[in-house]
Ligand binder design. Structure first.
Ligand code: ADP
Ligand code: MG
Ligand code: MG
Length: 366
């Protein structure tokens, strides 16, 4: 599919020498529109990854770009001794006016990164080895950001992981029931109400605020083609202040079950212990030196909390008539709620074994 003149114009607006030789849609991200642009300079081709920022989700693109610039600059400084440093962190390319993003004539915001070659993302985890690599990379990312200088980053989506607020929003939706859908979700609502004490387990635990990634899916880590190593954490739109455990919990939620988020056959949804063990080893291997004892003991609870939070979000959206999550079929958000609840049940069943494993690794990470 050819891309429009506006996209070509955007590509030429960045501070890149040479001639634009090709530009095409790239990747399978669901949020931004990504393009790969190739420029030729004296016979050598260099690629760039350009993204049109989704400003329906991210209302303040300039603040978001300020966060990304601060974070990538700081990480690059931490990596200055690494010979492969320019593949281990995203590098922003400013536009010709020196700005961090370009606004096109349709009012859309664009940014450009150096393209990281010889590495790929995977939409689903293939093995515990990949889970280990992803968790290690996200852990290293958090670790490098412990020393991020003040001020606090902007909250690109306020109250993103404020689970007590998510619970309040669910209770409000349930009270209003504007589409008369609550009756169809009776069992799921009962479950959400029964487990509502979960919502505050992290907020009540007095944990330190940290800089987190906040979208720790496997497809947000580039894995090196040659070694399979977790090379570079990408997709930094949601980088913001939060709890380290929000990131780990979302890894548990998104990486331990082999089933899709909207799987109808709930017997396929389960927390797989080998994946969990790989996540714990990878994550604690790169974070054990700065995490507090409290953070380390709550890794399993974090998985439960984030899975519960996601169940609440899908269920709230279903009750309200699907205003937030796009649906492709009737009751799609109810199906998504069901997979989260199934995963939560699976975690609950294996909780003791999971906690024993965490305690063992936390005592001697290696
Ligand atoms: P989304 O928010 O839409 O998920 P991402 O920032 O994750 O967007 O980017 C979408 C895809 O583009 C990624 O899965 C990855 O494959 C690819 N990608 C992103 N940044 C780079 C980069 N700097 N170099 C190479 N590929 C990249
Ligand atoms: Mg992504
Ligand atoms: Mg994203």
């Amino acid at each position: 599919m050819s891309v429009s003149a506006v996209v070509h114009e955007a590509a030429r607006s960045f501070d890149i020498e040479g001639d634009l030789v090709s530009i095409e849609r790239y990747g399978s991200g669901h949020i931004n529109d990504s393009y790969c642009a190739a420029f030729d300079r004296g016979g050598a081709t260099t690629r760039f990854l350009m993204q049109r920022i989704n400003h329906r989700i991210f209302k303040q693109p300039l603040l978001l770009m300020e966060n990304i610039h601060r974070v990538t600059t700081h990480v690059a400084e931490q990596l200055s001794d690494d010979p492969d440093s320019d593949r281990r962190v995203l590098t922003l390319i400013p536009d010709r006016d020196g700005l961090l993003c370009h606004v096109d004539r349709e009012g859309e915001f664009w940014r450009a990164y150096k393209f990281i070659e010889r590495a790929h993302t995977y939409d689903t985890i293939q093995s515990p080895a990949q889970a280990f690599q992803a968790a290690k990379a996200f852990g290293q990312f958090q670790r490098m950001l412990v020393t991020l200088p003040a001020p606090r980053l902007h909250e690109t989506i306020p109250d993103f992981h404020n689970t007590p607020k998510r619970l309040e929003a669910f209770l409000r939706a349930l009270g209003a029931d504007p589409c008369n859908r609550a009756a169809e979700a009776r069992d799921e609502i009962a479950y959400a109400l029964e487990y509502q004490a979960l919502a505050s387990i992290l907020t009540d635990a007095d944990l330190p605020e940290r800089t987190i990634h906040a979208d720790t899916k496997i497809n947000n880590v580039l894995l090196d083609d040659a070694s399979g190593e977790g090379l570079c954490v990408i997709d930094l739109d949601t980088v913001m202040p939060g709890l380290s455990l929000h990131d780990f919990g979302d890894m548990v939620r998104t990486a331990t079950s082999p089933a899709a988020e909207d799987e109808l056959n709930l017997s396929k949804v389960r927390m797989q212990m080998p994946m969990f063990e790989a996540l714990v080893r990878g994550y604690l291997g790169s974070t054990a030196d700065f995490l507090s004892a409290g953070e380390k003991t709550l890794l399993v609870d974090a998985g439960k909390l984030i899975t519960y939070e996601q169940a609440l979000r899908f269920l709230t959206d279903f009750i309200l008539g699907d205003p937030y999550y796009k649906i492709a079929r009737e009751k799609h958000n109810l199906d998504r709620t069901r997979t989260q609840i199934a995963l939560l049940k699976s975690i609950n069943e294996q909780e003791d074994a999971m906690q024993r494993f965490v305690d063992r690794i936390a005592a001697s990470p290696s």
